[in-house]
Design a protein around this ligand. Sequence first.
Ligand code: FAD
Length: 531
Amino acid sequence: MASKLLLITFVICRLLSTVGFTMDPLARVTGQLSSDPDDLEAASRDFGGMTRAKPLAVLHPASAEEVASVVRAGSAQGFTVSARGHGHSINGQAQVGRNGVVIDMSGPKGRRFREEFTKPVLGEVVNRGGDSRNRSRSRSYYVDVWGGELWIDVLKWSLDEHGLAPKSWTDYLYLSVGGTLSNAGISGQAFHHGPQTSNVYELDVVTGKGELMTCSEEKNSELFHGVLGGLGQFGIITRARIALEPAPQRVKWVRVLYSNFSAFTKDQEYLISLHGGGSSERFDYVEGFIIVDEGLINNWRSSFFSPRNPVNLTLIGARGVLYCLEVTKNYDESTADTVDQVVETLLKKLDFIPSSVFTTDVTYLDFLDRVHKAELKLRAKNLWHVPHPWLNLFVPKSQISKFNDGVFKVMLAGNKTSGPILIYPMNRNKWDQRSSVVTPDEDVFYLVALLRSATEEGPHTLDNLRDQNRRILHFCEESGIKVKRYLPDHSTQDEWKGHFGEKWEAFKQMKMKFDPSHILAVGQRIFQPSF
Ligand code: FAD
């Protein structure tokens, strides 16, 4: 009812404003505010494709000040506001509904990356170490980027212009900086560098009160840590200072198969234990995935295997569930002569099926942007815009074997897969516990990601996959497997309380402090707006 009233007021006010009256709740908003049906439609959807909610209007901001102006208007006039990075949420997390405005963080329509307000700026930090007689100096670089920038653009810019690149990644790069920093941002580099939230020096944030604040470890540190992994609850990231490193030129990319789960996890855990070593003593990326049927070979992450590297599971002699370890070693001209030797030495320590080594060699950009190739193929087959009932879990190391026995070997075995199932471990000490992200309470935990696409018919309908997700969560609960959801989707406050555990009270207090009217990111369904 309230939202209907606001909508009617909005429409009447817009009409009145055309003849000089200004009762419009959005009147004080500066910037390109749109009620164009195409904009509203785009903002009402996300990658999950399971929820839709049309907003009142969409703002295409041209500056952080314009973001602040809509947030101030929201808290004064009683409407909600959500930043939308690239809309790659699964469960409507960036949606607001009829009583709210979506801020399209990709900026003014038709903008180009290099336009002044989003132009990235390179910077340099000089780190001083050692005692006064033995001073050492090292340099590290960073780039300042607009919060709505896509990681692919950040990468291309830093690589092309400076030969540098961010350190920590997601598997897919068409995600916004603000969107992944609001969650964690993980991929196979996280065991060594930590998630993307551990690789940021400073942020500009528009809080729920409409204040534009700069924050870092040293300055407004509560806001800084709270916003990282904060699911958009405390503020909108308008600028992020991202840590960079010299980029390698090429990547040796290796996949090996296991039929024995404990050998697979033992090797993964061994490889991530090498995180402290110098670059030649470890792989740069460690991931893994589950093969419950040969369908995966033609699946969207598998172009690697074919056509030059066909996988014939029968020849390998494997039956049942298979586990694929995926690792990479970066190199450049100075290490090109030794990289194969390094890879071989590391592989020799592992216990995979001997005939199952698949190797390829690609540019660093091609490796990081690998999922985009699969996206293009799926788009061509009209299989990209389908519902995606994804389930992402952090599973403690001590319980991953029980998870395998109950889920991979029983619930999923024999099913034709309808999307990749990732599994890889990470070191908790690389996660800053002051951030809002929640992880299991063990030194090592796994990401298990069931990244499935629903079909209209057959075993993988949306209802079936959702039901299976529920059964997996139920199995974990019954078996005492203490999983934490990644990219969480809870609907009651009790569930959120359980999710955040001992971080909940601090999380609630920060909400009161930085967004007292609860107007931000209501699509996460953590707090109800106070009007
Ligand atoms: P949106 O969906 O637009 O927003 C997500 C949430 O963040 C919303 O609540 C929104 O309000 C908030 N938000 C958006 N921008 C800002 C901002 N500037 N400031 C504050 N809050 C903001 N994640 C990984 O960690 N690793 C992966 O490898 C990975 N791969 C993926 C692959 C695909 C194909 C997809 C669809 C998702 C993947 N994800 C992965 C998940 C992804 O990181 C999250 O869904 C992320 O939120 C998407 O970013 P986005 O820019 O599309 O965010």
